[in-house]
Design a protein around this ligand. Structure first.
Ligand SMILES: Cc1ncc(COP(=O)(O)O)c(C=O)c1O
Ligand SMILES: [Zn+2]
Length: 409
């Protein structure tokens, strides 16, 4: 049985039953819904002792907090329970007392999006939809393709023209039907939306599908458990559409509500300077104004974020803030995270580390603070950006003198 009690519009507060609409009919596409649960019943089942006895080291260990029926067929790949490691040398570079990296690039298709897509495919099967579809800058698409393949579902995916090749390769190998839209991400997104309405496909787009964020929140549930129920002072997450940040916050909030956590962390939402409409909305307190995105971090190059309100509300509620970083800072963070912590982050993931470093420089994050950066995607996802950020190899002839010369031995 699922513990979901209903859905509630984040704009007007209207409640709907669990099998209600995808978005609030009163508010239209901006009326994103939030999933509500019977937390009293969950608290009776989901205790520290119960969790300690569970051997399932995947996101499904928190199944009471997920909108899936008890007997649902789950994807056959292990999603979640990614490593959480201290990175002391990187902490010194960033300027904080302690820094942890939650390496979600270690998920089956190498990004945090697997958490959401895994829930998406389970819901598509439940809805008996013939097809599951999404529009994505890359990771949501490749994760959906992988999760759909593992459950034998058909995935149709709309990608913008500039999706990095490794991400495209992933979804083609996973057997998805790929529609490369000659237009922007926003146009690909609208086309997917209209296609789902026209042909009755299940819509995986995170911003409109209320259930997807529920998968993303498992990253915080894990962080709490892996840290023995103590949260760091700051958690940094990069922001494109805003779903990841909103999901991260929901997880922490639920852990507090269920008594697992005494104090929630402050969220640092990080955007790229050239694609920062959510930061702008957070700072101005006004509705979001779309921008023309320009950043090398393709996963957060979102000009028209759909879930900005949930993200802005989450940051405010957490007592945190939004910050922007330049592409140069992102490249620097890619190099440092690789060299000082042994973690290969794609640009959007490294942005979280860059955001913390800037937060310290601007006096937002205290030097005595403990911080965690969510590494949302693996660097192999975008090898071209990695090569652009990295030093060049030393080309040499095949002899020892050349080795000595190149390394100045
Ligand atoms: C690696 C990575 N980091 C961060 C994000 C940002 O997530 P959201 O668009 O939910 O804000 C994404 C989304 O595509 C991503 O793929
Ligand atoms: Zn509404």
């Amino acid at each position: 049985m699922s513990f979901v009690t209903g859905l509630r519009c984040v704009c007007c507060g209207t409640g709907y039953p669990p099998r209600g609409p995808m978005t609030c009919p009163r508010c239209g596409i901006t009326g994103i819904l939030d999933v509500e649960y019977d937390y009293g019943a969950i608290a009776r089942r989901l205790t520290r002792r119960a969790l300690a006895r569970r051997e399932d080291l995947t996101q499904w260990r928190y199944r009471e907090l997920l909108p899936i029926p008890a007997r649902a067929s789950l994807p056959g790949v292990a999603v979640g329970w990614s490593p959480l490691r201290p990175a002391p040398t990187l902490a010194r570079h960033v300027g904080v007392r302690a820094l942890l990296l939650k390496d979600d690039g270690r998920n089956p298709t190498a990004s945090l999006k697997d958490r959401a897509s895994a829930v998406g495919v389970v819901k598509a099967v439940e809805a008996r939809a013939p097809v599951i579809a999404c529009a994505s800058t890359g990771n949501a698409a490749s994760s959906l393709a992988g999760m759909a393949a593992s459950l034998g579902l058909t995935a149709i995916i709309f990608v913008p023209e500039r999706a990095p090749e490794p991400k495209l390769a992933q979804l083609l190998i996973f057997g998805a039907r790929v529609l490369r839209v000659h237009g922007s991400y926003a146009e690909a997104w609208d086309l997917c939306q209209r296609s789902c309405e026209r042909w009755g496909w299940y819509n995986r787009n995170c911003a409109v599908n209320p259930y997807l964020v529920e998968g993303k929140k498992t990253v915080s549930l894990e962080i709490c458990e892996q840290l023995a129920w103590r949260a760091p002072d700051w958690v940094a997450v990069s922001v494109g559409d805003g779903c990841t940040l909103a999901g991260t916050w929901k997880g922490f909030r639920e852990m507090k509500r269920l008594g697992f956590l005494a104090r929630t962390p402050r969220l640092l939402g990080v955007q790229a300077e050239g694609a920062a409409p959510v930061t702008e909305a957070f700072r101005s307190g006004k509705p979001l104004r779309p921008v023309e995105p320009t950043t090398l971090a393709d996963s957060i190059a979102v000009g028209v974020p759909r879930n900005w309100k949930k993200a802005v509300d989450a940051v405010r509620e957490s007592g945190g803030t939004m910050i922007n970083v330049s592409d140069e800072e992102i490249q620097e963070a890619m190099r440092r995270t690789g060299r000082l912590a042994g973690v290969f982050a794609e640009p959007a993931a490294a942005a979280a580390v860059a955001g913390l470093a800037r937060g310290v420089r601007e006096g937002i994050v205290a030097a005595r603070a403990s911080a965690l950066a969510v590494i949302t995607g693996n660097g192999l996802k975008d090898s071209r950006s990695a090569l652009a950020a990295a030093p060049r190899p030393l080309d040499i002839a095949p002899d020892l003198d050349a080795v000595a010369g190149a390394l100045r031995l």
